[in-house]
Ligand binder design. Sequence first.
Ligand SMILES: Nc1ncnc2c1ncn2[C@@H]1O[C@H](COP(=O)(O)OP(=O)(O)OP(=O)(O)O)[C@@H](O)[C@H]1O
Length: 661
Amino acid sequence: MDPSIADKKENVKLKKSSNLPRPVRIVGNIREFTTEESKPWIVVRKPEQPNLSQGVTISFSEQSTRKDSYELDYCYEQNEGNFIIYSKEIEPLIPELINGRNLTVIAYGARGSGKTYTVKGTEENPGLAMLAMARILSKAEEIGYSVSISMYEVYHEHVVDLLDANRTEVQVLEDAQGRTNLKGLSKVLVQSIEEFSNLFSSRISSQKEGHPNPLEPRRRCHKGLIVYISSCDDDNNLKIASQMNFIDLAGYEDPRRNNEDALQIAKINKSLYGLCNVIHAINANEIRVPYRENKLTRLLKESLTRSNHILMVTCLNPSFCQDTIHTVCLASRSCQRTTQMFMDSKKRIGSASKLESMSSARREKSVIPSSYAKEGIGSHHQSDSKKAGSISKERRIRSDVKTIMLEKFKSPPGNVSAMKCKPLSSSINPSVIISQEKTPEVIPISSSKTLLDEEHNFQVSKDPAAFTSLEKVTSKDPHVIPSGINSEKDVFVCQDGKENVSFQIIGNESPPLSEQIRTISKNLKALCAPSSLRMKESKESGTQVDAGDSVEPRTPVMEHHVKIEDRFETPINNAASRSFQQRSSGMKQSLVQEYLKFLNTASKEELKELKGIGEKRSTYILELRENSPEPFKKLDDLEDIGLSAKQIKGMVKNMAGALFN
Ligand SMILES: Nc1ncnc2c1ncn2[C@@H]1O[C@H](COP(=O)(O)OP(=O)(O)OP(=O)(O)O)[C@@H](O)[C@H]1O
């Protein structure tokens, strides 16, 4: 077919896809005035004929221009209230929820914008969670399903169980299949709306209204409710069919206005940016969704996917509030149209370069939200040159990854460096957050050890059985081995689990570099580890030195650094240089895979010979391997053993250098 005709057809499809609703629906909700407020400042412009592809524009004065107005999917005005939002946005989705599709509702906005009011509401005006629960409970009773709940808060990147009187910490883990496990999160069976209301109100407002010490500043955190809808199988075991999440986010606030609390605010804002980045990536159909950027998004990873329903309610203060403008601006940025929806895997390869240039253009137009998050508060005021630098760096990395992917597909079967790839399953709806293999057993409160306070006689499950396979991993002190390091910018290859990449490496026909790495790491240690020198010295002086963590092998200095561009100057040589660089990207990928393979298979002694891995890390790696045969599938996974992106890059570089010695 004439390529120009093919291009036109592609364009038509892309245009059609841009009329589809976005995976994450983002609506505004202007709260009522409180007593001291009166002057309205938000202007909402709605299309005359409401339709799915056309949103509303929000601006903050009548004279606003297109430039200072923001697009959202819809906006509920002051006179509308929770019941209208519920009946338009949530109720129609409840049948799908019962049929197994997860649903997540996020209340987002500036401080005091009405987030808790939207989720929880009051007795006279119940919030979205109350209204949805009433419907879910009656539907569940009709069809014989059971409903249970968990509640948590995320404070300073720590998740705490709100249903546990001791407020124990919950660990967010990922199993070998990439599913999220929330270890230590209690679950309570709920049978009536009164039961739910008592429990929910007492926990969600414990910080707001009934703070134990009124002199202590209120703890600002994200609060979450998970509603599990479970069916009974033939053996009377509960099986989770789907779950609904409600998240009452901590409010956005400009830290420059509140010096006392600036650190706490900065952390909250960072996690809000992280969540917005995820939503932006989902809506823009980005290949990589940055779930790992913070605890909240890691925790919600299973529900924040394109195959589930996600509703973000952006709460707006009705009177002047600079922070509201900022939150609307971020929410609006997440409202990007999808562009790659209809691409099947073949076309994805065929037009990958075209998409690359399209998405590059898109990224140039908008500030990359992930860099936004890393730069922290007020980053939009920072210099353009800094932004441009990080954008071009990120673009370079992404383009490297894409080149590698294309190279893999073009390689003939006999090519030694080629890797077999298979498309991932398209059915991504892992609706179980706690455990899929073992159904959590619901046990009466009286027989559980440390759970709920006596005031409520609910049934709670800590579900220990579901986590037996991960017990050892999590028994580690999280402070000893920190996690959650952000590495998007610094790592060669961005692969991020089944939802993020289109292809998964299932075999490896490259030569056994891991063997070479093994030999090299031994030689390296012999050659340059101070430990060996110290051992030698100490033997000579008659004393013994223990080669533990503190004694790290040193990397030999590479004497000849050859800059490719310096050597190839003519146009022909420039082409050769580009081709060489492409191949070297492939080699880099192979080296990374071999390095990971080494970490997945090497003995403790062999591991300890690597730079950056001592007694503690090698023990931890072995523990990880006991629980999952292959814990390191991508470089990002090394963050789980507490290595920073910079360290990881350095380690791989050392190995690459050593190969040529
Ligand atoms: N639609 C509404 N009608 C009447 N009052 C409201 C409405 N929305 C919020 N309020 C009132 O505004 C105040 C702030 O609301 P709320 O606590 O829900 O804000 P928030 O965004 O959760 O605050 P924070 O960021 O501090 O968590 C409360 O007193 C609440 O009762």
